[in-house]
Design a protein around this ligand. Sequence first.
Ligand code: AMP
Length: 118
Amino acid sequence: MCIFCQIVKGEIPSNKVLEDDDFLCFHDINPAAPVHLLVIPKEHIEKFQDVSGEMMAKMTPFIQKVAQLMELDENGYRLITNNGRDGGQEVGHLHFHILGGTRLAWHRFDDAHPKESL
Ligand code: AMP
């Protein structure tokens, strides 16, 4: 069983922020910002590319509620999902990172270059 499924089952402890029947939000164990939360579906879905539109439609108000609860809604936050190898996904259970609590930098990659429009 994957590590986030174990967190859902309570077999591994987590610092929970919000939970409902379908989703769980907890603090990231290795924060990259003053506020760094993870939102996961309780159902095991490997990655964003596999998730249904219906599930995402339900997840949206859950994420918005988390942002309100953590008082991130006014100043803003960053919502990220790392999808697959090139996306840098390390845990194979869909999760959204919510990062906030400071003005976040935006990293540009050395091999980025403008694309010709079609
Ligand atoms: P990703 O690289 O997008 O797959 O991110 C996985 C995230 O899960 C990382 O930011 C880790 O710090 C976080 N993480 C891994 N194990 C745990 C855990 N037991 N509790 C909370 N966060 C975790």
